[in-house]
Design a protein around this ligand. Structure first.
Ligand code: FPP
Length: 236
């Protein structure tokens, strides 16, 4: 990480991919006596700001966990609110001309209008270098099962790690270097199970709607204090 002045804070190639488990929208709303969906609305703002902040700091790939395969068990009005926020974000993202947007997960059960706008956005942005992966109707186990089924369909009788990597929803991204989870929760919740093999973890006590540039920089500083060994040893 290059620290010259506070304003030039930039990451280097050791940190190319950060993934966020955006937790705590409901608690943020509850603390204020507001409906949970208001928490998600402010969570969506924190999401947009965080993507922009990561971009400013030079992080090439950002992944967010926006809706899990388990989140369908929530009340319908909450699900509708999250889907509505995603539709609004996609509309807003039409203005962006610098980021490739990729949706991770099974699109086939989403409302057809949402499926179409996701596909249109993915196609239109596919040539940009920086990437935003949005995990939506995503589950890590389902992703691995899906990869295995695709390999079976291709006629494989045995597979390599590379084969699996190439059939994950994240096939175009490097593994995450850092996973940030907010709201002081220490769980992976079925997120990027395969890809997290050597990721560093940072747990923030901030609730997601309060996650800002200062919190992001704290997470990054913590990452740079780690000694990543990838199973090897550092001092021989
Ligand atoms: C977890 O908080 C958050 C989610 C399940 C949804 C994440 C969604 C957003 C950040 C906003 C959506 C953004 C877009 C663009 C769709 P929680 O509700 O589980 O919080 P709690 O644990 O405090 O109840």
């Amino acid at each position: 990480m290059l620290f010259k002045k506070k304003t030039d804070f930039k990451v280097d190639s050791r940190l190319s991919h950060i993934a966020f488990i955006m937790d705590g929208n409901g608690r943020w709303a509850k603390k204020r006596g507001l409906p949970r969906k208001v928490g998600h609305k402010f969570g969506a703002e924190a999401f947009e700001n965080t993507v922009k902040n990561c971009h400013k700091l030079g992080i090439k790939t950002v992944t967010v966990y926006a809706f899990s395969t388990e989140n369908w068990s929530r009340p319908k009005d909450e699900i509708d609110a999250i889907i509505g926020l995603m539709e609004k974000y996609i509309e807003e993202a039409k203005k962006y001309e610098d980021i490739k947007i990729v949706f991770l997960g099974d699109k086939s059960v989403l409302p057809i209008t949402l499926q179409n706008s996701i596909i249109e956005l993915e196609n239109r942005t596919s040539h940009y270098d920086n990437t935003l992966n949005i995990a939506f109707n995503y589950g890590g186990r389902a992703e691995i099962v899906n990869a295995c089924n695709e390999l079976i369909k291709e006629g494989k009788s045995s597979v390599t790690e590379e084969d699996i990597n190439n059939h994950l929803y994240t096939k175009a991204s490097p593994d995450p270097d850092l996973i940030v989870r907010t709201a002081n929760e220490f769980r992976l919740s079925n997120f990027l199970l395969w890809q997290c093999a050597y990721a560093e973890f940072y747990i923030s006590t901030a609730l997601w709607p309060d996650f800002d540039m200062k919190e992001l920089q704290k997470a990054i500083k913590s990452f740079y204090e780690r000694k990543r060994r990838f199973g090897g040893i550092i001092d021989k």
